[in-house]
Write a protein of this length. Structure first.
Length: 154
Protein backbone atom coordinates (compact mmCIF):
# COMPACT_ATOMS: atom_id res chain seq x y z
CA UNK A 1 0.00 0.00 0.00
CA UNK A 2 2.87 2.37 0.76
CA UNK A 3 4.31 1.77 -2.70
CA UNK A 4 1.07 2.69 -4.46
CA UNK A 5 0.90 5.97 -2.55
CA UNK A 6 4.56 6.60 -3.37
CA UNK A 7 4.15 5.82 -7.08
CA UNK A 8 1.16 8.14 -7.49
CA UNK A 9 2.20 11.16 -9.53
CA UNK A 10 1.02 14.51 -8.24
CA UNK A 11 0.92 17.64 -10.34
CA UNK A 12 3.44 20.22 -9.20
CA UNK A 13 2.74 23.89 -9.64
CA UNK A 14 5.45 26.34 -10.57
CA UNK A 15 5.48 27.89 -7.09
CA UNK A 16 6.31 24.51 -5.48
CA UNK A 17 9.12 23.98 -7.96
CA UNK A 18 10.51 27.45 -7.31
CA UNK A 19 10.41 26.90 -3.55
CA UNK A 20 11.94 23.43 -3.99
CA UNK A 21 9.19 21.89 -1.89
CA UNK A 22 9.04 18.25 -0.77
CA UNK A 23 6.20 17.71 -3.26
CA UNK A 24 8.41 18.92 -6.09
CA UNK A 25 11.30 16.71 -4.99
CA UNK A 26 9.05 13.67 -4.63
CA UNK A 27 7.63 14.26 -8.11
CA UNK A 28 11.11 14.70 -9.56
CA UNK A 29 12.22 11.42 -7.96
CA UNK A 30 9.11 9.67 -9.25
CA UNK A 31 9.70 10.80 -12.81
CA UNK A 32 13.38 9.89 -12.52
CA UNK A 33 12.39 6.34 -11.61
CA UNK A 34 9.94 6.30 -14.52
CA UNK A 35 12.75 7.29 -16.89
CA UNK A 36 14.78 4.28 -15.73
CA UNK A 37 11.81 1.94 -16.16
CA UNK A 38 11.10 3.23 -19.68
CA UNK A 39 14.77 2.94 -20.62
CA UNK A 40 15.01 -0.71 -19.50
CA UNK A 41 11.76 -1.57 -21.27
CA UNK A 42 12.81 0.05 -24.55
CA UNK A 43 16.25 -1.57 -24.47
CA UNK A 44 14.64 -5.01 -24.03
CA UNK A 45 12.17 -4.19 -26.80
CA UNK A 46 15.03 -3.23 -29.15
CA UNK A 47 16.80 -6.52 -28.42
CA UNK A 48 13.61 -8.41 -29.29
CA UNK A 49 13.09 -6.45 -32.50
CA UNK A 50 16.68 -7.06 -33.59
CA UNK A 51 16.35 -10.78 -32.88
CA UNK A 52 13.11 -10.89 -34.87
CA UNK A 53 14.73 -9.15 -37.83
CA UNK A 54 17.62 -11.63 -37.74
CA UNK A 55 15.35 -14.67 -37.55
CA UNK A 56 13.25 -13.60 -40.55
CA UNK A 57 15.61 -15.22 -43.07
CA UNK A 58 15.25 -18.61 -41.38
CA UNK A 59 11.48 -18.18 -41.32
CA UNK A 60 11.53 -17.20 -44.99
CA UNK A 61 13.19 -20.51 -45.92
CA UNK A 62 10.58 -22.46 -43.94
CA UNK A 63 7.73 -20.53 -45.57
CA UNK A 64 9.13 -21.09 -49.06
CA UNK A 65 9.37 -24.85 -48.48
CA UNK A 66 5.80 -24.83 -47.09
CA UNK A 67 4.51 -23.01 -50.15
CA UNK A 68 6.33 -25.35 -52.50
CA UNK A 69 4.91 -28.40 -50.73
CA UNK A 70 1.33 -27.09 -50.65
CA UNK A 71 0.72 -27.70 -54.37
CA UNK A 72 0.07 -31.31 -55.44
CA UNK A 73 2.48 -32.86 -57.95
CA UNK A 74 1.52 -32.58 -61.61
CA UNK A 75 1.59 -36.35 -62.05
CA UNK A 76 -1.44 -36.89 -59.77
CA UNK A 77 -4.25 -38.55 -61.67
CA UNK A 78 -7.61 -36.84 -62.06
CA UNK A 79 -9.15 -39.94 -60.54
CA UNK A 80 -7.43 -39.16 -57.22
CA UNK A 81 -7.75 -35.34 -57.12
CA UNK A 82 -10.30 -33.41 -59.16
CA UNK A 83 -8.30 -31.13 -61.46
CA UNK A 84 -11.22 -28.80 -62.20
CA UNK A 85 -12.00 -27.84 -58.60
CA UNK A 86 -9.53 -29.21 -56.05
CA UNK A 87 -6.32 -28.48 -57.93
CA UNK A 88 -7.66 -25.04 -58.92
CA UNK A 89 -8.58 -24.34 -55.26
CA UNK A 90 -5.15 -25.49 -54.06
CA UNK A 91 -3.49 -23.31 -56.70
CA UNK A 92 -5.49 -20.25 -55.63
CA UNK A 93 -4.80 -21.00 -51.99
CA UNK A 94 -1.08 -21.25 -52.78
CA UNK A 95 -1.14 -17.89 -54.58
CA UNK A 96 -2.98 -16.25 -51.69
CA UNK A 97 -0.65 -17.78 -49.12
CA UNK A 98 2.36 -16.68 -51.16
CA UNK A 99 1.07 -13.07 -51.29
CA UNK A 100 0.31 -13.12 -47.57
CA UNK A 101 3.69 -14.50 -46.55
CA UNK A 102 5.60 -12.22 -48.93
CA UNK A 103 3.95 -9.11 -47.51
CA UNK A 104 4.36 -10.36 -43.93
CA UNK A 105 8.05 -11.16 -44.40
CA UNK A 106 8.64 -7.86 -46.21
CA UNK A 107 7.11 -6.03 -43.24
CA UNK A 108 9.19 -8.02 -40.79
CA UNK A 109 12.36 -7.17 -42.70
CA UNK A 110 11.50 -3.46 -42.51
CA UNK A 111 10.77 -3.59 -38.78
CA UNK A 112 14.31 -2.61 -37.88
CA UNK A 113 14.12 0.56 -39.97
CA UNK A 114 10.53 1.50 -39.20
CA UNK A 115 10.42 0.58 -35.50
CA UNK A 116 13.88 0.13 -34.04
CA UNK A 117 15.57 3.21 -35.52
CA UNK A 118 13.07 5.74 -34.08
CA UNK A 119 13.26 4.04 -30.67
CA UNK A 120 17.07 4.10 -30.77
CA UNK A 121 16.94 7.78 -31.69
CA UNK A 122 14.61 8.45 -28.74
CA UNK A 123 16.90 6.58 -26.34
CA UNK A 124 20.07 8.28 -27.57
CA UNK A 125 18.71 11.82 -27.71
CA UNK A 126 15.51 12.54 -25.80
CA UNK A 127 15.85 10.06 -22.96
CA UNK A 128 19.53 10.89 -22.49
CA UNK A 129 18.59 14.57 -22.16
CA UNK A 130 16.00 13.70 -19.50
CA UNK A 131 18.60 11.68 -17.58
CA UNK A 132 21.05 14.62 -17.69
CA UNK A 133 18.38 16.92 -16.29
CA UNK A 134 17.54 14.41 -13.60
CA UNK A 135 21.21 14.25 -12.61
CA UNK A 136 21.31 18.03 -12.36
CA UNK A 137 18.22 17.98 -10.16
CA UNK A 138 19.74 15.38 -7.81
CA UNK A 139 23.04 17.31 -7.73
CA UNK A 140 21.06 20.36 -6.67
CA UNK A 141 19.69 18.39 -3.71
CA UNK A 142 23.17 17.26 -2.63
CA UNK A 143 24.44 20.85 -2.89
CA UNK A 144 21.57 21.96 -0.66
CA UNK A 145 22.42 19.37 1.99
CA UNK A 146 26.08 20.40 1.82
CA UNK A 147 25.09 24.05 2.34
CA UNK A 148 22.95 23.12 5.33
CA UNK A 149 25.86 21.21 6.91
CA UNK A 150 28.29 24.07 6.42
CA UNK A 151 25.79 26.58 7.83
CA UNK A 152 25.31 24.38 10.88
CA UNK A 153 29.06 24.33 11.60
CA UNK A 154 29.33 28.12 11.84
Amino acid sequence: MAESANSCARPVVLKEAALDSPTFRATAIHFGEQIDIIERWLENYLKSVSKLAQEVSALENVVNSYLAASAPPLQVSEAVIDHDYTVLALKRFGEGAKDFWQSTLRGMKRIEISVADPVKHFLQNDLRMLKVRRRRCTMHGSVDSLLLRTRGKR
